[in-house]
Design a protein around this ligand. Structure first.
Ligand SMILES: [Fe+2]
Ligand SMILES: [Fe+2]
Length: 259
């Protein structure tokens, strides 16, 4: 099974990159499944019903999210009605939505997508390590082919969670920093890992936003309007090949493709 995971889609340029580049990537990598982080897909902040629909229509099977979950009110509708939209599992119990999704891609074995959020330099949620252990055990009743999007800031937290899950899940890929790392590898137990998938959107920017207001913010500390940038749009992510019998990863390749 060939799976493409797309790093945080930022605004209209990011959505356009997915729409225009996905057909080619699907052919090139013989993709069976596409998962994308959509937390910045609506104007760079959050996700709406329409932006989610656009991403699904482009060929994405499952959308994950992160700390920008609540930026658009409309997300409540997705959380209530869209099973293919997954939020970090480790929000307190009672939070709307769900943290994992089990589905069966066409002619392929079952696959689970699990979304978690880190706690280092981020808002305090429930402990993602304990949440992951319990949820992976539960999901393994359905399949051991589990893909984890760990939305976190600190590299150590991401490596530690992935190491803890080595041999239990097929892949752990980080999101949130919007900076793609170069540490793709398969751990001894067969779990593929990449600390951060990067982001899909305009890279002539500061992690997707216009450069000057962000520099001013750091210079003065004053609030600024952060518009989504426009130039040098890249689709960033990772392709993971998974053996459907053993649920182990057999190959991992970073993607950074210009529009
Ligand atoms: Fe984030
Ligand atoms: Fe993001």
């Amino acid at each position: 099974m060939n799976l493409l995971f797309i790093g945080d889609i930022v605004g209209q340029p990011g959505r356009r990159a997915v729409k225009e580049l996905l057909p080619g990537l699907r052919r090139q990598h013989q993709l069976d499944v596409v998962i994308a982080n959509g937390e910045n897909s609506a104007g760079g902040s959050g996700i709406t019903v329409n932006t989610a629909a656009e991403i699904f229509a482009a060929g994405v099977d499952v959308i994950t999210s992160g700390d920008h979950l609540w930026d658009q009110k409309e997300v409540m509708e997705l959380l209530a009605n869209e099973p293919r939209f997954v939020r970090p599992l480790n929000y307190p119990s009672g939070t709307p939505g769900h943290g994992s999704y089990v589905f069966q891609p066409q002619d392929k074995a079952k696959l689970c997508v699990l979304n978690l959020q880190g706690r280092t330099f981020m808002p305090a949620l429930e402990n993602p390590f304990h949440a992951a252990l319990a949820e992976v055990k539960r999901l393994q009743q359905f399949t051991r082919t589990i893909f984890v999007d760990f939305h976190a800031e600190a590299t150590s937290e991401k490596v530690a969670l992935a190491r803890m899950l080595d041999g239990e899940v097929a892949a752990v890929v980080g999101t949130h920093t919007h900076v793609q790392t170069a540490d793709e590898q398969i751990f001894p137990g067969g779990t593929a890992f990449l600390c951060d998938a990067g982001f899909t959107g305009p890279h002539e920017s500061v992690i997707g936003r216009e450069i000057e207001p962000i520099v001013q913010r750091f210079l003065t500390g004053m609030p600024q309007r952060f518009d989504v940038a426009k130039e040098r749009v890249l689709l960033q992510g990772v392709v993971v090949q998974i053996d459907e019998i053993t649920s182990r990863a057999t190959r991992i390749q970073r993607i950074s493709q210009p529009l």
